[in-house]
Design a protein around this ligand. Structure first.
Ligand SMILES: Cc1cc2nc3c(=O)[nH]c(=O)nc-3n(C[C@H](O)[C@H](O)[C@H](O)COP(=O)(O)O)c2cc1C
Length: 374
C-alpha cells in the first residue's frame, strides 16, 4: 500500500492498523529548537480518545503517546526541543476485540471500505477494519499538535455545527461551550438537544452524519501557491482524507453559488495598522489560493457510521448474496470525534504552507507593496 504521507515541507507519514500492536507517525521537516514533549501532544489526543461518553465508541484506548526520536534536551534551558530530524510518535493499541469481527470477516459492510480494499489488494485486515479504521486518525491528531507550534500566533479550533438535519443556532455560538459538552458543539442549547436526539439514534441501533467547522485564526497573509499548490485545494484534500468525509466547503462554500457579486465580494478598507481589512469573509480567508490574513474557515460533512446492528443486504468474498449485522463497538456519530481530527489536518496544512512560504519568499507580509505616490 502506497501513499501514506501528506505535506511537502512539513511531511507526515502514518502507519499502523486498528488491531495491530501500535499506530504511529513520522513527522519530517519540523524546524529545530521548538520545545516539544509528550505533554504538548497528549491533551489533543485526550480530546479525540474513544470511550469518553455514551455518544462515542466504547473501545477503551488510553492513547498515550511516546516520542521515539527527533528531540533532545536543550543545554541552555534544560527543556526538550526538536532537533530538526524525523520525529517518530507511537501510540499503543491496548483494547482490540478481534472476535467482534469474526462473524463478518468474509462479508462486506455496506458503506465501509471492506469491498474496495479486497478488490484492490486481494487481502484485507478484517480485524477492526485494519488500515481502513479511523484509529489511524489518532496519529494525525498527534502530528497536528506539533504543527500547531510552527506558525507563530496560530489558533486552530473546530466545532460540530450540525447532526443529521439539525443545525446549531449561530447566534448562540460560544467557543468556551465546545469544551463543555461531549459533542464539541458551540451552542449549549443545541448540545442538550443533540444528547436526546443521539440517544434515540443509538437505541435504534442506527447512526447519523454531522457537519464540522474548523476556523484558523492568526494565519499570516501569503500562505499558499497560486496554481497547483493552492491553500484551499490542499486544505480540501486534507479534510477529504479523513475517514467518512463526503464534502468540504471553504468560506461560503456551496452557498457561494447563491450570492450575487456585490454580496459575495469581501470589500476592503484600510485598518488601523496600515494593513487592509476585509468587511466580510465569504472567501474563507483565501483568495487565489493564497491566505488573506483573515480567519481560514472550512467545513466538512461526515457521513453516518456504516457499521450498524440493523440487518443490511450485502455480498460476501465468494460472491454470495447475504445479510450483515455489524455489532461490536462503534461511534453512533463519527462526526463527533472527527472534530479534533479536522483541527489537526488544518494545522498540518497551515504549518506545511508556512514553511513553504518561508522557503520561497521569506517572512510575509511584504506590505506596503508599492511606494506611496508623492
Ligand atoms: C473519528 C472517526 C471514527 C470512526 N469510527 C467508526 C466506527 O466506529 N465504525 C465505522 O464503521 N466507521 C467509523 N468511522 C468511519 C470509517 O473509518 C470510514 O467510513 C471507512 O474508513 C470508509 O471510508 P469512507 O467512509 O471515507 O469511504 C470513523 C471515522 C472517524 C473520522
Amino acid at each position: 500500500m502506497s501513499f501514506n504521507t501528506f505535506g511537502h515541507s512539513f511531511r507526515v507519514t502514518t502507519f499502523g492498523e486498528s488491531h495491530g500492536p501500535a499506530i504511529g507517525c513520522v513527522v519530517d521537516g519540523c524546524p529545530p529548537r521548538l520545545p516539544l514533549s509528550e505533554s504538548d501532544i497528549q491533551p489533543y489526543l485526550d480530546r479525540r480518545r474513544p470511550g469518553q461518553s455514551r455518544f462515542t465508541t466504547q473501545r477503551q484506548e488510553p492513547d498515550v503517546v511516546k516520542i521515539l526520536s527527533g528531540v533532545c534536551p536543550d543545554e541552555a534551558t534544560g527543556k526538550q526541543v526538536t532537533t530538526g530530524t524525523p520525529i517518530a510518535l507511537v501510540i499503543d493499541n491496548l483494547d482490540q476485540r478481534t472476535k467482534d469481527y469474526t462473524d463478518i470477516k468474509d462479508k462486506y459492510r455496506p458503506g465501509h471500505a471492506d469491498y474496495t480494499y479486497d478488490a484492490k489488494y486481494g487481502v484485507r485486515d478484517y480485524r477492526g477494519g485494519g488500515r481502513q479504521s479511523a484509529r489511524e486518525t489518532a496519529t494525525r491528531v498527534a502530528a497536528g499538535a506539533i504543527a500547531r507550534k510552527i506558525v507563530p500566533g496560530l489558533q486552530v479550533r473546530g466545532a460540530l455545527v450540525q447532526i443529521g438535519p439539525h443545525r446549531i443556532d449561530r447566534r448562540r455560538w460560544d467557543w468556551a461551550e465546545v469544551e463543555r459538552n461531549p459533542f464539541f458543539c458551540p451552542d449549549a442549547e443545541q448540545a442538550a438537544f443533540f444528547a436526546d436526539y443521539l440517544e434515540g439514534v443509538r437505541k435504534r441501533g442506527s447512526s447519523i452524519g454531522a457537519v464540522i467547522e474548523v476556523v484558523a485564526e492568526g494565519v499570516p497573509v501569503g500562505l499558499g501557491a497560486p496554481i497547483y499548490g493552492k491553500l484551499d485545494a490542499d486544505l480540501a484534500a486534507a479534510l477529504m482524507s479523513i475517514n467518512a468525509v463526503k464534502g468540504v466547503e471553504i468560506g461560503a462554500g456551496f452557498r457561494a453559488a447563491e450570492l450575487a457579486g456585490e454580496e459575495s465580494n469581501d470589500e476592503m478598507r484600510m485598518g488601523k495598522d496600515d494593513r487592509p481589512v476585509f468587511l466580510s469573509n465569504h472567501a474563507g480567508g483565501i483568495l487565489g489560493g493564497i491566505s488573506t490574513g483573515q480567519p481560514v474557515v472550512a467545513r466538512f460533512a461526515v457521513k453516518a457510521t456504516s457499521s450498524i446492528p440493523v440487518p443490511r443486504r450485502t455480498v460476501d468474498r465468494y460472491g454470495k448474496e447475504t445479510e450483515i449485522v455489524t455489532t461490536g463497538r462503534h461511534d453512533p456519530c463519527v462526526g463527533i470525534r472527527a472534530v479534533p481530527v479536522g483541527e489537526a489536518m488544518m494545522a498540518c496544512v497551515l504549518a506545511d504552507h508556512y514553511l513553504r512560504q518561508r522557503g520561497q519568499v521569506g517572512e510575509t507580509p511584504h506590505w506596503p507593496f508599492a511606494p506611496k505616490p508623492r
